[in-house]
Write a protein that binds this ligand. Structure first.
Ligand SMILES: NC(=O)c1ccc[n+]([C@@H]2O[C@H](COP(=O)([O-])OP(=O)(O)OC[C@H]3O[C@@H](n4cnc5c(N)ncnc54)[C@H](OP(=O)(O)O)[C@@H]3O)[C@@H](O)[C@H]2O)c1
Length: 286
């Protein structure tokens, strides 16, 4: 069934790749941008001066997936990452909206400080990382677009491609220890749920603020334990080890990362999964 003509900005990324595949399989017309010359994609590097950007194709909606997605990388290069994640992304959103395209911006639970679980969308943002502060500023621009602006906040998107999982599996398989963080929260969502939520927003032409999160929080220890269980590795090799906030790019560490999903449940029919269910599903797919 055909849907809105959709532009995916930053189509080589993990979420964008899955979204492109899913929309294309549904028969939606999809156009893409890439900064690395992927064939068929419009070249667009958000770190280049906006006056040099190519004309953006006409589309009903655009999903902005491009940018610095690593929290520690934003801390290491606050000016360079802000130029892409804030200045350029805001300019792009305004340019797209100006030519009649609805903009869906992928944001994060890191707009909050992680002091509370299942954070409400009515709560004021209170980030504790450079990455989170950048997301807040860009959210403001996108939500300022009114009916043409939509923000989708995601918690950690957990996939079998995560390098950490492969490294842990390899270490445990050779009898080595792994050191997951007991003091860092995880409210994992599967890629399929992110794609489902974004697709429903695009289909309905919905604007405003949306969340995609698991229903509860666990820590990275639960992830390592699930992995050890699944493959029959010695559970004693899972050695919880605290991490320092600065190592991960935070001012201080959040205790929770989950977001409430009341609007998604009632208006899109999308319910948050339990964290353990998401973890076991991803580990089973390794
Ligand atoms: N994955 C998660 O757990 C998660 C959670 C919350 C929010 N998000 C947000 O969701 C969005 C997508 O995340 P993701 O995990 O799919 O990220 P990703 O795999 O790291 O993809 C990011 C994409 O952005 C592109 N990019 C980086 N700098 C660019 C620039 N200057 N100009 C144009 N493109 C640029 C990258 O290009 P190359 O491929 O050429 O490097 C890459 O394709 C991000 O905004 C991220 O903050 C993700």
């Amino acid at each position: 069934m055909s849907g809105p003509r959709t532009l995916i900005v930053g189509a080589d990324g993990e979420i964008a790749t899955a979204l492109c595949q899913s929309l294309t399989a549904r028969g939606w017309p999809v156009v893409t941008t890439s900064r690395r010359g992927t064939p068929g994609a419009l070249p667009l590097d958000l770190s280049a001066d906006p006056v040099t950007w190519p004309a953006l194709p006409a589309a009903d909606a655009a999903v902005v997936c491009a940018g610095f997605s690593n929290i520690a990388a934003c801390m290491r290069d606050p000016a360079g990452s802000a130029r892409v994640n804030v200045t350029a992304t805001a300019a792009l959103a305004e340019r797209l909206a100006g030519q009649g395209t609805r903009v869906l911006f992928l944001s994060s639970n890191q707009v909050f400080d992680g002091a509370l679980p299942r954070r409400a969308r009515s709560d004021a943002p209170c980030p504790v990382s450079e990455y989170g502060r950048q997301k807040v500023r860009t959210e403001e621009t996108v939500l300022g677009l009114g009916a043409r602006g939509t923000v989708l906040r995601l918690t950690k998107v957990l996939t079998p491609a995560l390098k950490l999982l492969r490294d842990w599996r390899a270490a445990l398989a050779r009898g080595g220890a792994v050191t997951p963080f007991p003091n860092f929260p995880l409210a994992p969502v599967p890629l399929s749920l992110v794609v489902e939520t974004a697709t429903a927003i695009l289909r309905d032409g919905a604007s405003g603020l949306f969340h995609c999160s698991s229903a509860d929080d666990v820590t990275y220890v639960a992830l390592a334990e699930s992995l050890a269980r699944r493959f029959g590795f010695d559970a004693g090799l899972v050695r919880p080890t605290d991490v320092q906030a600065a190592t991960l790019g935070f001012d201080w560490l959040p205790a929770y990362s989950s977001l409430e999903m009341v609007r998604e449940s009632t208006s899109l029919g999308i319910k948050p999964p339990m964290a353990a269910q998401v973890i076991d599903g991803v580990v089973a797919a390794l």
